[in-house]
Design a protein around this ligand. Structure first.
Ligand SMILES: [Fe+2]
Ligand SMILES: [Fe+2]
Length: 308
């Protein structure tokens, strides 16, 4: 599928699980915040929200990808980083887990006027999570509530070019064999619980002039390597500038971590930035294997992929 080569993509991490003041910056590539210079403290939370700015021939478009687990971290950090809800041109929901849409209704309520929301049709299925202490959920994202709050729902199943600039992958093709998903995640269809195949999870994909792909994931339940490979297949672009998101690895065990590391080595991206649900142990392993091109995703960090 053809998408235009953009002049730049910037991803500002509004909400993530981590903040570490000692994580280094790379001028012009990864810019960290200085907490003492912010008007209020940032908060980390178990959730994800990215502010993605696309530069297409000088015209800027701003996408909110995921809306954190709750309005509290989302609004606190938007304010701390100097952003207003009105800046956003469209929303993308990566998948139907509440740590990615918990702040969305609150976000819509703070805005005036309609706002496009892009999401997979299967995002609305009730979702559950089995823990050693029992089940959690079901959680349901309500299409009616989103519409009433001013959301213009744009649903897809397969790949979809949005805003004439970037690609949503639709249901991710699974090709690696080792990224099988975890049995603790369930969804409900017609009152029946079943293992969640995460048909709803999709990556947002951009192409930056001279740099290659930017692949942005939420939880990466279908597997981050599957997601990147599918983005390569859909766009016909093999070179990868940036892979960013939660990778959901620690919970999958050591074999999955090692196989994913091998898959990422073969893809050979310029930069990997993982956070959210990746898990501390998996993050430390990624940091060890990729000393030069892995960085931890922290709230307030800005990642810049500039064409050239
Ligand atoms: Fe998540
Ligand atoms: Fe998730």
């Amino acid at each position: 599928m053809q998408i235009p080569a953009l002049q730049a993509v910037t991803i500002e991490i509004l909400v993530d699980n981590f903040f570490d003041v000692f994580e280094p910056s790379r001028p012009g590539i990864v810019e960290r915040v200085t907490p003492g210079r912010l008007p209020k403290p940032l908060v980390a939370a178990h959730g994800l929200a990215f502010l993605i700015t696309l530069n297409h021939q000088g015209r800027l478009t701003r996408i909110l990808m995921d809306a954190a687990n709750d309005p509290l971290p989302l609004f606190n950090n938007l304010e701390a980083l100097g952003h207003k809800p009105e800046e956003i041109d469209a929303v993308v929901v990566s998948h139907g887990h509440p740590d990615h849409y918990g702040g969305l209704l609150g976000f819509l309520a703070k805005r005036v006027g309609p706002l496009p929301i892009y999401l997979h049709e299967d995002t609305y299925f009730p979702k559950l999570f089995m823990t050693p202490k029992g089940r959690i959920g079901p959680w349901v994202l309500s299409a009616d509530q989103l519409t009433q709050a001013g959301g213009q729902l744009e649903e897809n199943r397969g790949p979809l070019v949005i805003l004439d600039q970037v690609l949503l992958t639709g249901t991710v093709e699974r090709t690696t064999g080792y990224e099988k998903g975890l049995p603790v995640f369930k969804r409900k269809i017609n009152e029946q619980e079943e293992p969640d195949p995460f048909s709803d999870e999709q990556a947002l994909v951009a192409v930056v002039e001279g740099r290659g792909l930017v692949v942005i994931g939420g939880c990466s339940h279908p597997g981050i390597v599957n997601m990147v490979k599918y983005a390569q297949k859909l766009t016909g672009v093999d070179k990868v500038a940036l892979i960013i998101g939660g990778f959901h690895l620690t919970a999958g065990g050591e074999a999955l971590i090692q196989q994913t590391i091998q898959g990422l080595k073969e893809i050979n991206p310029e930069l990997i930035m993982a956070g959210h649900c990746t898990g501390f142990r998996a993050l430390t392993k990624l940091a060890g294997v990729f000393p030069d091109n892995f960085m931890v995703s922290c709230v307030g960090t800005k990642v810049l992929v500039v064409g050239g």
